[in-house]
Design a binder for this molecule. Structure first.
Ligand code: ZN
Ligand code: ZN
Length: 285
């Protein structure tokens, strides 16, 4: 089981010299195993590169999981090559937060106005599905569960398990407690945090929204994003092996992210790294 980062930014793509090292594309992660259908976590602008690579592989089955439909997680779908190719079999799964299902919601973007192509024009065979929080489901060889997060309009985390290996994708979310209580208040985890710790428990890799510093979070508590110390507290209690700091702020230059990585370089349980575009983590090792 391997995890490759194709987009690590939040909010908006930020190409340019200041961000060339960690990459400027927005959220998109590939989960793969040799000979197995690819699982894609979110379709931010990073999905464009991944889509081109999938065309060159023999598998024609692809599974897309959306945490939510903010544009930084959706924009790449209109440039994800497999959806335009006959013979591809694609599933699209999103949380059931809204009475309109994923086909209707994505159709407001792929509608001929905001993008030249409409959903009925796509050549691949595409199935859309809504899932309820915490109900396990299967996509190809991947066992998946979800967990409701703390984000404006809703978002959900996904845990993917296969053959004893696991990845958990936790974005976009503010802490599940507030200053003065729970882990965000420097105390013991509250009820929802205990549920999240159980959900994450023992994962080989957790990818966590750390868009803000703690000081920024205190200024923007309703924006729905976390900070590194919070992710570290959750993942330490959950006995996670590796933690990827993710959903970097558009303003976070390579220098800022290098300094963030250096600050956590000596942490061992979990080990901590700053997610970088085109980086692959092999979870079998
Ligand atoms: Zn986002
Ligand atoms: Zn969002």
């Amino acid at each position: 089981m391997r995890c490759t980062f194709w987009g690590v930014r939040g909010s908006i793509p930020v190409p340019g010299a200041q961000t060339a090292g960690y990459g400027g594309n927005t959220s998109c992660i590939e989960i793969s195993a040799p000979g197995e259908p690819t699982l894609v976590l979110d379709c931010g602008t990073g999905a464009r590169r991944l889509g081109g690579l999938l065309l060159a592989r023999p598998e024609r089955e692809v599974h897309l999981l959306f945490t939510h439909f903010h544009m930084d997680h959706l924009f790449g779908l209109g440039f994800f090559a497999p959806v335009f190719v006959p013979g591809f079999d694609i599933s699209v799964t999103a949380p059931a937060f809204h009475p309109d299902g994923p086909r209707d919601r994505i159709g407001r973007f792929l509608n001929g106005v905001f993008h030249p192509i409409r959903i009925p024009d796509l050549a691949a065979r595409i199935e859309f599905d809504s899932i309820e929080p915490r109900t396990p489901f299967q996509r190809g060889p991947w066992h998946v569960r979800s967990f409701t997060l703390n984000h404006p309009g809703g978002a959900c985390a996904y845990r993917i398990d296969r053959n004893g290996r696991s990845v958990v994708y936790v974005t976009d979310t503010a802490p599940l407690s507030r200053p003065g209580e729970g882990l965000a208040g420097g105390g013991e985890p509250n009820g929802r945090e205990r549920q999240l710790i159980e959900f994450i428990g023992g994962a080989d890799l957790v990818i966590f929204d750390t868009m803000f510093t703690k000081a920024e979070y205190l200024q923007k508590m309703t924006w729905g994003h976390s900070y590194p110390e919070y992710a570290v507290d959750i993942c330490t209690l959950a006995e996670v092996r590796k933690l990827a700091l993710f959903h970097h702020a558009p303003e976070a230059s390579d220098d800022v992210l290098d300094a963030l990585g250096a600050r956590w370089a000596d942490h061992t349980a979990p080990s901590i790294f700053v997610a970088r575009e085109e980086q692959t983590v092999d979870l079998e090792g």
